[in-house]
Design a protein around this ligand. Structure first.
Ligand SMILES: *[C@@H]1O[C@H](CO)[C@@H](O)[C@H](O)[C@H]1NC(C)=O
Length: 123
């Protein structure tokens, strides 16, 4: 009986601690702006955009880097004000929608067409 009480109170302590710890981690991440959950929802609707520029120019199986990135920028640059604002989730949304529409490999654009992986370099 005593053992169970002890267990349950240390479980309590453990839960309290883990809330505290995960809260701490949360704060650390948020100050670096890493947590998606904290971002301002994108005011643009990337779900219903015309991705023809990219789909017609960036094709498998080789997905030529220069052509793909050029098409990607042509599509993205009109929205640079949004996609380059890292307080919003616009860039993430745009990347995942492009990937869905074109059935592109993971990271095709995000890993190779962005400066520092988070900035669309527009004229
Ligand atoms: C999508 O954009 C292409 C040119 O990039 C255009 O030819 C086509 O008509 C557009 N489609 C729609 C549905 O607006």
């Amino acid at each position: 009986m005593k053992m169970i009480k002890l267990l349950s109170s240390s479980l309590h302590l453990f839960l309290l601690l883990s809330v505290f710890i995960s809260d701490g981690v949360y704060t650390v991440c948020s100050s670096r702006n890493l947590l998606q959950a904290e971002k301002v929802p994108c005011p643009l609707n990337f779900q219903f955009m015309n991705y023809t520029i990219i789909l017609s120019r960036c094709k498998g199986p080789s997905y030529p880097h220069q052509e793909c990135c050029a098409a990607f920028k042509e599509f993205a640059c009109p929205y640079k004000q949004y996609v380059n604002d890292l307080s919003t989730d616009c860039l993430t949304l745009m990347l995942s929608n492009i990937r869905l529409y074109g059935r592109y490999p993971v990271g095709l654009f995000g890993n190779t067409c962005l400066q520092g992986r988070q900035h669309v370099d527009c004229p």
